[in-house]
Ligand binder design. Structure first.
Ligand code: 13P
Length: 283
């Protein structure tokens, strides 16, 4: 069932758990994530980032994601991740995505607020949820840039959330996209401050490589959406490689099954850590 991300995150806030937001690049990843969600009775979010559209064009993968969500037995929001241009954000909304992120984290605060507000006003016409980012999550979604982490200032987060009227706020607490070069040390002091002073659900980007203990701590401290991208891609690749190494691929459809299975195992593992299993009754 296709749902608004706002409703998923509201239930996560009252139930004190986090919803997994899984990046997908093809049909096999979509199928694997939804198989895990249905098996565990878990709400999930399917997402794709603007930088990934070179490989998976939005006009092709977008309708696939929306159709998969509509046909799923569990509640699924379809989210446009790290939107950079009004053109692609509009296209995602026209395709029926139920939430969009505008990433103005590289802009000065006042300009980030101004542009985020404009996107939020536009997305309101579609009743879509809007996520934005303040501070800078490290790395970049496709590994093409090595952006330094710039931790969110809690007082900026309060003013940003109030002025923009967005539905979810991505904060930077030492998290980074891609595989971490060393064990991440998340700034729980900043997260606690943000949780205390910001009313809307908080989002953790750069989920790949964060320990189960830290995920649980985040989910209990205001983080209601956790983005997982690299771990999905790595799990799919590893599953395919293992199947080849074990001589279990004899033709294309074995390859396809190995891809679905990699995405399924990865989503299942994360859903169980985030505590979002068996959380579909209210939908
Ligand atoms: P990872 O690639 O580190 O899982 O980050 C995902 C993400 O935050 C997408 O926006």
């Amino acid at each position: 069932m296709l749902v608004n991300m706002r409703d998923l995150l509201a239930d996560a806030q009252s139930g004190n758990y986090a919803v997994g937001s899984f990046s997908v690049a093809n049909m096999e990843m979509v199928l694997g994530v939804l198989q895990a969600a249905e098996e565990l009775n878990a709400p999930v979010i399917l997402q794709i980032a603007e930088v990934r559209l070179k490989q998976s064009p939005l006009e092709i993968i977008g309708p696939l994601m929306v159709a998969a969500a509509e046909n799923a037995k569990t509640p699924v929001a379809v989210h446009f991740d790290h939107g950079k241009t009004a053109e692609k954000i509009t296209q995602a909304l026209d395709l029926g995505f139920t939430s969009v992120m505008f990433d103005g984290s590289h802009l000065p605060l006042a300009e980030n607020i101004r542009q985020t507000k404009a996107i939020a006003a536009f997305a309101e016409q579609y009743d879509a949820a809007v996520e934005a980012e303040i501070g800078c999550v490290g790395g970049s979604e496709d590994g093409s840039e090595d952006i330094a982490v710039n931790c969110t200032k809690p007082q900026d987060a309060v003013c940003f959330a109030e002025e923009t009227g967005i539905d979810a706020l991505a904060i930077a607490i030492g998290n980074a996209h891609g595989n971490y070069k060393s064990v991440p040390k998340l700034r729980f002091d900043i997260l606690e401050e943000c949780e205390k002073s910001v009313d809307i659900p908080l989002v953790l980007h750069g989920g790949t490589g964060i320990s189960p203990e830290d995920f649980v701590k985040c989910a209990k401290t205001g983080i209601k959406k956790i983005n997982i991208a690299t771990a999905t891609f790595d799990a799919v690749e590893k599953s395919v490689r293992n199947c080849y190494n074990g001589n279990r691929i004899n033709g294309y459809y074995d390859l396809q099954e190995a891809e679905v299975s990699g995405a399924y195992e990865n989503a299942k593992r994360h859903i169980l850590i985030f505590g979002s299993d068996n959380k579909t009754e209210v939908f």
